[in-house]
Design a protein. Structure first.
Length: 169
């Protein structure tokens, strides 16, 4: 499954990548009518209501304001489950699949305490960022599971928030 994500939805694109889904950010314009041709397994994601008139099955016009609610909407509409995800297998910035690297490769690149406390390291082949297991990835995976659990429990496709509440995923 692949996603072409409208530029204003960059936060959603990052969370799709963290979920292990292929998400490329692009710029859609309602003034243009030359959206990419439909490709099986590829979905276009936008918040621009003007695109609804196209009536394309591969085009999801999202109403939610926050990345977490948008992610839940995408998961719900495409009926995605835990089995469809490969959390933390892609670079959150570049969208490339991460590659396992020998631990020694991280020496001198990652903070010293990280090198001494971690056994596994992964690297993005494009931007060269290093990744490792730890508390931050565990929180990311927990957030992804929370979104899916809410859908499994029949939760609304959009949550309401108190004024001033945190909206980040």
């Amino acid at each position: 499954m692949k996603f072409l994500v409208d530029l204003p939805l960059g936060g959603l694109a990052k969370w799709l990548r963290l979920a292990g889904l292929d998400a490329t950010v692009t710029n859609f314009s309602t003034k243009r009518t030359d959206l990419p041709a439909p490709v099986p397994g590829t979905y276009l994601l936008t918040r621009q209501a003007g695109f609804r008139r196209l009536g394309r099955d591969d085009l999801l016009v999202l109403d939610a304001n926050t990345p977490q609610d948008q992610l839940g909407d995408v998961f719900r509409r495409l009926k995605l489950t835990h089995q469809d995800l490969a959390p933390l297998s892609r670079c959150g910035e570049c969208n490339e699949l991460l590659t396992p690297v020998p631990r020694e490769t991280a020496l001198g690149v990652v903070p010293e305490h990280v090198f001494h406390s971690q056994a596994e390291f992964f690297q993005c082949p494009r931007c060269q960022r290093f990744y490792w297991p730890g508390s931050h990835p565990a929180r990311i995976v927990a957030k992804l599971h929370d979104v899916l659990r809410e859908l499994d429990n029949g939760g609304p496709h959009r949550r309401t928030h108190r004024k001033g509440a945190s909206h980040g995923v």
